[in-house]
Ligand binder design. Structure first.
Ligand code: CCH
Length: 336
């Protein structure tokens, strides 16, 4: 039987306890909303980066709140990590003044390789690109996994850029060797269209609504010719999270840009300063996708809620989170 790792809340920093509480309630909410059975993650009880929630606050004996945390997790103050990430975001002279968008893209690329059929890849593995920006934070908090750090950075970036609060909890582990790396081609190819998007996102277990909601992240950031071959931002406020991407998709006239680069679309009605990828345009060419573009363009709150839900799911693909430990009964406490 697994030996519970229990210590008094007093012996833990407040921030860790707060984080554990948040993580625990998030997990419960998510399990309820997804209708998961409690056995779905039972195999994880032996996981190295064991995490457990807060429980038994005023149980028998009127005990103070007890917190179960694995030894590794006690060393990570996730609120301090959040602050360290937030402090790194603004940077005059880099793109539009913020590293936020590129951190969101990093988080998505960490997770977006998942295969729902085999349960392989996703945030748990394949993180072969260590990002310079986050490396000092990894050094300052060495017990956080890269996968947790990269996904948390995406979450903090979205929140700091005015987006919704994204449920996030620790528990991802890093691959120990290259065998866990996904094959090339698991991430979408911008030159393709709706069938390709569906192949990629259905493989992760998402549906049309989720594809459109997640694509709304292109409100942020820009394309770089030296990275992807594409050029320009999607919106005129690329460091603010909003539903602007959907509004522009519908309101602008998008025509192929005349240039030497790959096919991309330009806003020919209002200045040719913005862009859409072929995959972006497929969201208004495909009727089932367009239904959701219409809804999100009209209703930012709906977009924020959906984005928070699906982005959180994306970052948890394939990750087996440990079950919170159940409180011992009085009988077990006395005689167990
Ligand atoms: Fe994306 N994205 N993305 N993307 N992406 C690019 C940039 C960002 C596709 C292609 C590209 C998502 C989905 C897709 C961001 C978040 C998300 C670029 C330009 C391409 C190309 C890269 C460059 O040149 O720097 C395609 C195809 C898909 C299909 O679904 C999803 C999902 C997300 C997040 C939820 C963000 C943010 C950026 C801006 C990065 C930056 O550096 O500014």
């Amino acid at each position: 039987m697994m030996r519970p790792v229990i210590s008094s809340a007093r012996s833990l920093s407040r921030s860790v306890a707060r984080q554990a509480t948040r993580a625990f309630s998030t997990q419960q909410q998510q399990q309820q909303s997804r209708g998961q059975s409690s056995s779905s993650s039972s195999s994880s009880s032996s996981s190295k980066s064991r995490w457990a929630g807060v429980f038994g606050a005023t149980l028998l004996f009127g005990a103070t709140t007890t917190v179960a945390l694995a030894a590794d997790d006690q060393k990570v103050d996730y609120n301090a990590v959040r602050s360290a990430i937030a402090n790194k975001l603004e940077k005059e002279g880099y793109d539009d003044g913020s590293y936020g968008p590129v951190l969101v893209r990093l988080a998505w690329h960490c997770a977006g390789t998942f295969d729902v059929k085999t349960g392989k890849w996703g945030s748990n593995a394949g993180l072969d690109v260590a990002r310079d920006l986050l490396e000092p934070i990894k050094k300052a908090f060495p017990t956080i996994s890269y996968a947790d750090l990269y996904t948390l950075a995406g979450v903090v970036a979205i929140e700091e850029m005015g987006g919704p609060t994204i449920p996030w909890r620790p528990g991802r582990t890093d691959a120990t060797d290259g065998t866990a790396c996904p094959p090339d081609g698991n991430l979408p190819d911008a030159s393709k269209e709706q069938n390709h998007l569906r192949n990629i996102f259905y493989r992760m277990g998402f549906d049309d609504r989720a594809i459109v909601a997640l694509s709304g992240a292109h409100a942020l950031g820009r394309c770089h010719t030296n990275r992807s071959g594409y050029d320009q931002p999607w919106t005129r406020a690329p460091t603010t999270f909003s539903n602007e991407y959907f509004r522009l998709l519908l309101e602008e006239t998008w025509t192929p840009r005349k240039w030497k680069g790959p096919l991309q679309y330009t806003n020919s009605k209002s200045g040719s300063d913005l862009m859409m990828l072929p995959t972006d345009l497929s969201l208004i060419q495909d009727p089932a996708f367009k239904t959701w573009v219409d809804k999100y363009a009209k209703d930012q709150e709906l977009f924020f809620n959906d984005f928070a839900k699906y982005f959180s799911q994306l970052l948890e693909l394939g990750v087996k989170f440990p079950e919170p430990q159940k409180p011992k009964s009085l009988w077990n406490k006395l005689f167990g």
